[in-house]
Write a protein that binds this ligand. Structure first.
Ligand code: ATP
Ligand code: ZN
Length: 736
């Protein structure tokens, strides 16, 4: 059927010629026009106040899938009614165009012979041989796989957007002279946003009042703060380290938020897993040999075998199957309350051996408790000191600030307007309240400002430290007037989480804190940390991470504050808890949305699970194409069989991607619960089940878990049934 091939080729050439000539003059204008119109017309679908990603891509694939289906129908139908042949050819030409186009790009632009070229040649050969059903199936499967992948991406995007939409960030705006708090995405252009010392600037805009010292180090690495005055531009995600400014919004909050979210989403969704890359590299490596073999066997085995050999390429399948797995794992994570902004990060976690925690706000509870207020001066009462402290911390996001503000609220203190304020990250705050200068912060901060700390205050601070508490100093009018004791409790889940991490393979646990030595050491000892650092300034946090890395460790940094951002950027993986400072959750690659550390071990499990799944998907891709190659060469596979066998990984791989993650969470958790009750020591042996299997190479393990999957399904089914039967008992037990 040379004429059939002629029809397809002519159709393609026709379309391309049309594009080339039209494109140059008319089409460019037209495209601009349509772009302008469609951008205006197509309002983004609003999902909880945020724009959901468009589904154009998926719709396009869906369209091709449907046309491919019809072409399959007519290809079969032509055996009954031969004139359908011409319809089939036109439809085939139509659905093949995107792929022939890709092959053309590979060949002409990239000067590369890749999987697309092989498929294009094979498809044309099928048309030439009159194997129209096979051609329709082959091309149809390509479109189906793209459709599946694209809709999986859409779903992930929706989940991520949803996760964001449920926790809108709050900002302060001036509305009719009053300060009101509103969600960031309801802020419009020209609104006046209020930003205080220590806060992250939430929008791009122009300063209309006040002046500011802005720290862009976390974002740009530039260490000198920039001074900004009225009329100057400030940018979202930079930190106001001193001053208090009003900013007129340039871009509506919604645009900024949506911009941010889509950045995050694009990072999370459009990446290539390392095994996908490996698979592709590998596939590209044997593209040419496949072509040579295909040409060489033609004279002996005929053109059908040649086509079969070409189709045995895994480029298409691996490109679909591997991302599906990763997407599925990102979704599982999100459902459990773990937002992962970059799929590669999830792959990396498995290899981490060192966990570095920030102390205040991360290992300890989000809000400490203000304990005793110690006075060294009869001039001020306790409530007065608290009043000044709270005024200084007004709206600051530091855990210490939250504690002080909470106490002030309990004491029903009315807070004054502050005139001037500046935050020295890692030291403390200084403000002017009712004409008095107030300093609040560490001892180092007082010394830096030339203030002496009286011996009696030093003594009480020592007592506080000795009891495992921490303390900060307050100075009013150039004199240290007292200290505030802060009780910080470790988060209730910490012991258990650390134990689980150890079971999973974390070998080194570190605390890096800006706090004083005594409370840091006390916590490190209680928790059995391997290393701790205290009195660390923000920049040095990053240096310590670098030092750990030089020792050959792979580091995850978990932090909550502005002072952690540089270290987070330095570490292999960074994690922040929801509820932390905005800049920390912005920079962190992973956010634990429930605001606790509980899911940390699960994250490691997920990463290991993803790794197994990806290995399995590689195997799933390679075996069928090997079989197809063998069949084409030695078993006289027909074209249809070759196509079906070599493309079967699409189905198997998709199934593999959605094999529910097998977690051993309970097992490990139980082991760790027992550790807290040593009298029950026997049970805790169960926790070493994972270690026993460590000698099995991961790939064998992957094969095994794949092979035993039906058994697992059955067991799960039985368990579920049992659980249902016992649901009353279980809820009773859970309540304890
Ligand atoms: N907003 C603030 N108010 C009062 N004191 C502060 C403030 N920020 C920092 N300080 C002082 O500076 C010290 C170091 O602060 P930094 O934020 O670097 O670390 P931290 O919160 O104490 O501990 P970690 O690093 O474990 O989170 C604090 O212990 C405190 O004494
Ligand atoms: Zn902290």
């Amino acid at each position: 059927m040379v004429w059939a091939l002629g029809v397809v080729v002519a159709a393609y050439v026709g379309v391309r010629l049309f594009e080339v000539t039209e494109n140059i003059a008319v089409n460019q204008k037209l495209r601009k026009l349509t772009k302008r119109v469609s951008r205006k017309q197509r309002k983004p679908r609003v999902l909880g106040g945020l724009a959901a990603p468009a589904h154009d891509e998926t719709d396009r694939h869906k369209h091709y899938v449907i046309v491919s289906g019809v072409s399959m129908g007519t290809a079969i139908g032509r055996y009954l009614y031969p004139p359908l042949t011409i319809v089939t050819l036109i439809l085939l030409a139509y659905v093949a165009i995107p792929y022939i186009r890709q092959a053309e790009t590979s060949l002409v632009k990239n000067k590369k012979v890749d999987g697309y070229v092989l498929y294009a040649i094979a498809d044309m050969m099928m048309v030439w041989l009159g194997a129209l059903v096979s051609a329709a199936i082959g091309i149809g499967l390509l479109h189906v796989s793209r459709f599946v992948l694209s809709s999986a991406k859409d779903r992930s995007k929706e989940l991520v957007v949803d996760a964001f939409a449920r926790r809108p960030r709050q900002v302060w705006i001036l509305s009719e002279g009053a300060e009101v708090q509103v969600p960031l995405d309801s802020v419009r252009k020209d609104d006046i946003v209020l930003v205080n010392t220590g806060e992250v600037i939430p929008v791009d805009g122009v300063i209309t009042e006040g002046f500011a010292s802005v720290d862009q180090q976390a974002l740009t690495g530039e260490s000198r703060p920039a001074e900004k005055f009225v009329g100057e531009l400030v940018f979202a995600s930079t930190i106001l380290i001193s001053g208090r400014i009003l900013v007129q919004v340039e871009q509506s909050g919604q645009e900024t938020t949506v911009g941010k979210i889509s950045d995050i989403i694009n990072n999370a969704i459009d990446f290539r897993s390392s095994s996908e890359l490996k698979g592709e590299q590998w596939a590209n490596g044997y593209t040419l040999p496949l072509m040579v073999v295909s040409a060489a066997v033609w004279p002996f085995l005929g053109p059908a075998a040649s086509v079969g050999v070409l189709y045995a390429h895994i480029a298409n399948t691996i490109r679909v199957v591997a991302p599906l797995s990763t997407l599925n794992y990102l979704n599982i994570a999100l459902r459990e309350g773990i937002l992962i902004k970059d799929g590669r990060v999830l792959e990396d976690i498995k290899n981490l051996d060192t966990v570095v925690f920030d102390k205040t706000g991360t290992l300890t509870q989000e809000i400490p408790e203000v304990g005793r207020i110690l006075l060294s001066d009869v001039e001020f009462s306790r409530d007065e000191l608290l009043f000044y402290a709270a005024a200084a911390e007004y709206r600051s996001a530091h855990p210490i600030a939250k504690a002080i503000l909470k106490r002030a609220e309990e004491r029903n203190l009315l807070l004054p307007e502050i005139e001037e304020s500046s935050y020295k990250i890692g030291y403390g705050v200084s403000v002017t309240v009712n004409g008095k200068s107030v300093l609040l912060g560490s001892r180092r901060f007082m010394e830096m400002n030339g203030l002496r700390v009286a011996t009696e205050i030093e003594q009480v601070m020592e007592t506080a430290y000795a009891e495992g508490h921490t303390a900060i100093l307050i100075a009013v009018d150039e004199k240290v007037r007292g200290a505030l004791e802060l009780y910080t409790l470790a988060r209730p889940e910490v012991t258990n989480v650390l134990c689980q991490l150890e079971n999973i393979g974390v070998t080194h646990k570190v605390i890096i804190s800006g706090d004083h030595e005594r409370p840091t050491r006390a916590l490190a000892n209680t928790l059995g940390m391997d290393e701790y650092h205290y009195d660390v300034l923000p920049g040095d946090k990053a240096n310590i991470v670098a030092k750990l890395q030089r020792e050959g460790r792979k580091v995850v940094f978990i932090g909550d504050g502005v002072n952690d951002v540089l270290a987070m950027k330095k570490a292999e993986v960074s994690i922040s808890l929801s509820g932390s400072t905005a800049i920390a959750t912005d920079v962190a690659r992973i956010v634990l949305l429930d605001g606790t550390l509980s899911h940390l071990p699960y994250l490691f499990r997920l990463s290991a699970g993803l790794h197994r799944n990806l290995q399995r998907s590689l195997v799933i891709n390679v075996i069928p194409s090997t079989v197809a190659l063998y069949g084409a060469l030695f078993q006289n596979f027909g074209i249809l069989t070759s196509v079906l066998v070599s493309q079967s990984p699409l189905v198997l791989g998709a199934a593999n991607a959605y094999i529910p993650f097998k977690e051993k969470r309970e097992e490990i958790q139980e082991a760790c619960v027992e550790i807290e009750h040593p009298d029950d020591a026997e049970k805790f042996m169960g926790g070493h089940a994972t270690a026993k299997r460590a000698w099995l190479p991961a790939s064998i393990h992957a094969l095994r878990s794949w092979a035993t999957y039906p058994g697992t399904l059955y067991r799960r089914y039985v368990n579920r049934r049992e659980a249902r039967g016992q649901s009353i008992d279980r809820t009773g037990a859970d309540a304890d």
